[in-house]
Design a protein around this ligand. Structure first.
Ligand code: TRP
Length: 363
């Protein structure tokens, strides 16, 4: 079977380096691997609206930010289809039919949705659209017959829900839908990059993100204030690596080649870590190294972004074209779904013929 990728992001803000190591960098590698017949990257605006219904302008403004972040990371419209979820009405139809295959109690058990309900103080009154977004996400994935969904581990419950819907649909009707698999980041540090303050997650509301669109000066300043080991007061003190954000970032970003270029006294990260834990290595030196590593990674992204920022109408055009292409695929799947569900009356000449015969026999 041909391998097809679908993944996406909610357009609620600029993308940060947590998105980058957790997903974007991998997508670009997958796109360029030649192993996938098609790659669909979705800006999930309709999903973003499920908990931003009073904030449509925020979603609208962030479409272009996310698109610029995609393009600057190397997602290439010649190889990947970039689309906007709301422009594919077929996804709503699929969602509506899949709703028959999912129970309320099953949705209530979704741990990601549970956590989000708490975070947004939705306990007292949960919008139905928000509560059911895992079903709409199943439509996103299955509409394109995606086999592979590169995501962070917080999205695993959505993939599991999708797989259940697919199995149920295929069993009741016809085997039209494809059961997708999640593709998680390979490296634990990439799975969930902490914020620069050491908090478990990078988030806009906590103000602890490094954005892909930050300038070199902003990146440097943020790294120099980064949370390290609060017990490491003097250079000579032994340092601790657990929850030490600078080292977590190095785990996610640095390679032996970076040592050759910027810190040749050490062969690799293990040697640096050993010195730090032994004592005698100051935070500032490690942070300066991390600045070099990060700038090397982010500089080409910033350069590409600057180029695309000069061509905003062309970026919208890329999204329009991508959405049109994606819509054709989604329409084919929807036609198969409707036929399997026996709601394709007008293109079913057998049905019309059989009904005619039935009533002809009566006369
Ligand atoms: N739920 C994802 C997020 O919050 C965004 C998303 C929407 C998505 N549809 C998707 C991810 C389909 C993967 C596949 O980031």
């Amino acid at each position: 079977m041909d391998k097809i990728i679908l993944t996406g992001d909610r357009p609620t803000g600029r993308l940060h380096i947590g998105h980058y190591v957790g997903s974007l960098k991998r997508r670009v590698a997958l796109q360029n691997s030649g192993e996938y017949k098609q790659v669909f990257i979705m800006i999930a605006d309709a999903q973003a609206l499920t908990d931003n219904i009073e904030n449509p302008e925020k979603v609208r403004q962030n479409i272009i930010e996310v698109a610029l972040d995609y393009l600057s990371c190397g997602l290439d419209p010649a190889k990947s289809t970039l689309l906007i979820q709301s422009q594919i009405p077929e996804l709503c139809e699929l969602t509506f039919y899949y709703m028959d295959l999912v129970t309320v109690s099953r949705l209530q058990r979704n741990p990601t949705v549970k956590a989000e309900i708490q975070m947004r103080n939705f306990e007292a009154s949960i919008p139905v659209g928000f509560f059911t977004y895992p079903i709409s996400q199943a439509a996103d994935i299955t509409a394109f017959k995606a086999t592979t969904v590169p995501v962070g581990d917080d999205q695993l419950p959505m993939i599991e829900q999708t797989r259940e819907i697919v199995r149920k649909f295929n069993q009741i009707y016809e085997p039209v839908l494809v059961e997708p698999e999640a593709l998680l980041p390979e490296n634990a540090a990439c799975m969930r990059l902490p914020g620069i303050d050491g908090k478990a997650k990078m988030s806009k509301s906590l103000g602890n993100c490094i954005y892909l669109s930050d300038t070199a000066d902003e990146v440097r300043a943020k790294i120099m204030t980064m949370y390290t080991d609060p017990l490491h007061l003097q250079v000579s003190d032994p340092g601790h690596l657990e929850n030490n954000t600078v080292f977590t970032y190095l785990d996610a970003f640095c390679t032996d080649a970076h040592f050759e270029r910027y810190l040749p006294e050490y062969a690799n990260l293990d040697e640096l870590k050993a010195h730090y834990t032994r004592g005698g290595l100051g935070d500032v030196k490690v942070k300066r190294f991390l600045v070099n590593v990060m700038q090397e990674e982010l500089e080409p992204i910033r350069k590409r972004r600057a180029e695309f920022e000069k061509e905003i109408p062309a970026v919208y055009e890329i999204l329009k074209k991508g959405s049109e292409t994606a819509r054709q695929t989604a329409a084919q799947t929807l036609a198969q779904v409707k036929s399997a569900m026996k709601i394709n009356y007008f293109d079913d000449s057998e049905l019309i013929g059989a009904q005619s015969d039935k009533y002809a026999a009566k006369q």
